[in-house]
Write a protein that binds this ligand. Sequence first.
Ligand SMILES: [Zn+2]
Length: 336
Amino acid sequence: MTLVIDAHTHILSLAADAEFTAEYGREGSLCIYRSMGLLPSHREPTEHEWDDCGFSRKGFPVIGPEESLRDHPGFDKIVILAVSPQFLDGELIGTVDSFGITGVEGESHPERCNEYIGAIARAQPERFIGFASVNPLYRGVRKAVEELELAVTRYGCTGVKLYPMYQHWRPDDRELAFPIYDAARSMGIPVMIHQAGSTRIDARMEYGRPALLDDVGREFRDLRVIIAHCGIPWIEEAMFMLTKHPNFYADLSYHIATISREDLYRYLLRAEPFFVPLEKLFFGTDYPGFLYDPVALRTKLMTVNEDAERLGTPPIAQAKLDGIMGGNFAAVLGLE
Ligand SMILES: [Zn+2]
């Protein structure tokens, strides 16, 4: 039996201020609601219209480990990704535990994001895999490396997630970024990196391209790099990075939610002729984001061969689908 793993999820809150978190979520989701016809496209939605969509300022659901497990029935393991501190519009954001869910003592602060993620992973190591996060522009790269070392050696994180395009640094910057990859390599942990677009207005698309990881792959040949979201909207570019660099992988989160099941099937069918082994892909959702229901997305992946049958084209081997569903990630992280 191969493991069933969601390789890309978030947990807890993104900012201490619930109202700011709601605003932030609204900004990133506006296009989704509009594209579904749930919000007007040519003017700002009213407060009432937002409420009707479920994006109320009050009562934004808090996701702790219990809620995450509840929403992942049938999953063996869930990767929880920290968000490192950054200033956005004057507000400090990053993973916080505003409700004291993790048992980490002291005032809740984004600087402690890795403590929160590590505490959840340590409390249920058979269910949660904690990825730390560091931002070299927050307190400098030396502090970021120290923090990453603490996250792994003391807090119990077993990977790191990086967000260059949100935090406005180049992922191939030799001074700002390379020391982080170097630390990850020497500790033997994988690096997941948001080399993809974002619907956040403040995010810098020019730092999001998957090809910016080429120097990283050339310099750090044994570092395991996971390109988040299949590099959307640079899907082909990300695929090419996977074919070029032996230790590069990609997770399906976000991308999988934006395409039909048939297009998902076609994406998988095209991978191997493009010289990308399907063993390099990991199932992921970006839960608890809107439309990122783990059960529905798992079903979407596991039933792609219904489209193959309907179209009269070759199916994706069941063993390969099982691998994407968790076996591949487990193998790369040495979980099996
Ligand atoms: Zn994410």
